[in-house]
Design a protein around this ligand. Sequence first.
Ligand SMILES: *[C@@H]1O[C@H](CO)[C@@H](O)[C@H](O)[C@H]1NC(C)=O
Ligand SMILES: *[C@@H]1O[C@H](CO)[C@@H](O)[C@H](O)[C@H]1NC(C)=O
Ligand SMILES: *[C@@H]1O[C@H](CO)[C@@H](O)[C@H](O)[C@H]1NC(C)=O
Length: 437
Amino acid sequence: MEPLAVLALSLFLGALISLISLVVSVSRKAPPQQSDEHSKVSNGVNEKNVASKKQKLLRSRKEKIQQHVFTHPLLAASLKGHTGNVSCLDFSSNGKYLASCADDRTVRIWSTKDFLERDHRCMRANVELDHATHVCFSPDSRAFITWLANEETIRVFKMIKKDDGSFTFTAAPEDFPKRHKAPIVNIGIAETGKFIMSASSDTTILIWDLKGEVLATINTNQMNNAYATISPCGRFVASCGFITDVKVWEVCFNKSGVFQEVVRAFDLKGHSAGIYSFAFSNDSRRMATISKDGTWKLWDTDVQYKQQQDPYLLLTMKCDVSDSCRIALSPDARVVAISNGFNITVHNAKTGKQEEEYVNVHGEEIADLAFDINRRFLVSCGDRALRVFHNVVGYRAVIDEMEGGLKKATTNAMRERLQLQIDSAKNALDAFCTKKQ
Ligand SMILES: *[C@@H]1O[C@H](CO)[C@@H](O)[C@H](O)[C@H]1NC(C)=O
Ligand SMILES: *[C@@H]1O[C@H](CO)[C@@H](O)[C@H](O)[C@H]1NC(C)=O
Ligand SMILES: *[C@@H]1O[C@H](CO)[C@@H](O)[C@H](O)[C@H]1NC(C)=O
């Protein structure tokens, strides 16, 4: 025999012998009732199984203990199902679904209509051999795109509706080519269905067609990108980062829908330090920003930028900030929500006043925050559960505004219409508000 083979054999025998003695000593040490239960000493494998089962039990008990507990009178639901931390949320534009993705290798699709039910069904799409850090619905609510953590590119999933109303999910045969050189900060699909955006934490934003061809590369020239997104109208792409402005570009297509160019549109200028995050209202006419300078701002972006008109600053309010801050604007621009660490504050966007505060909502830093398109709920994520809050600040803002309108209303028809809206908002508030102001 070759000397190497001899060595290998003796190592093997040595390992075998020590394994046998281990098994024997383990079974000897086992308490009597246990070896009775599992009969015949030699059953080392069985014993090992028992041990690992015990370990698993312990672990799952530990995990249960670690599950963060949060209760609040305005909490409408906690959506549970993910077994890993949730990093991103997106509502479908038909209002029916909420998508969430986590490091448990799944994307879950929740039905918004059972948020107020006792059970929250969700459908699960598996992200094979990877996990998604970002998820975003297509405008027709029949597909979604994900950012793959390991493969570092975009994967498209189609949702095919079955007769019972549930879905099967199929990944497109090929993922997008890998083109980013730094971690991703966000992805998106334009509501027009004309392009996809991905932004990385260096200064790169890529504009893709739906098949995965790069149409344009934007260099944001701002040292780094903290956040970027597509405006809900599908016309603009905006980004923020180390510099004090939010930069906004228009992605231009010609009349037959062929991509032309990306041009600078306007900037939001007014903060005195870097910007952590920003958000649009659903008609893209309002934006909210939050900055390292310790303030959040509300902007009127309904401007003719081609006539050199600049956005108007509507409001500046002080707030606590940290690197983890996110800001969300309700679709009707009446409410601003800010997450900072584990906490959320909710503000009336007209007065700037903080009306609600939710403390220690998640066991991990809050990763994402969004209003549903019918502005009934605010949803947050960070640990394994999604927290759904009633949008009370939104209902109160509607009541205030309509009551103001009632005083000025000149016809009975107007008064009746306003009164109807007031009543419906008041009913909604009464239904779940235990503590009333
Ligand atoms: C749009 O651009 C494409 C390619 O540049 C061109 O073939 C097409 O005629 C253009 N359509 C219009 C309406 O200008
Ligand atoms: C924006 O949201 C409001 C309130 O939910 C709705 O009435 C309006 O139609 C939406 N507008 C767009 C452009 O989606
Ligand atoms: C969250 O709120 C609690 C209570 O107000 C406060 O002690 C804590 O510092 C807050 N955390 C952050 C990150 O603001």
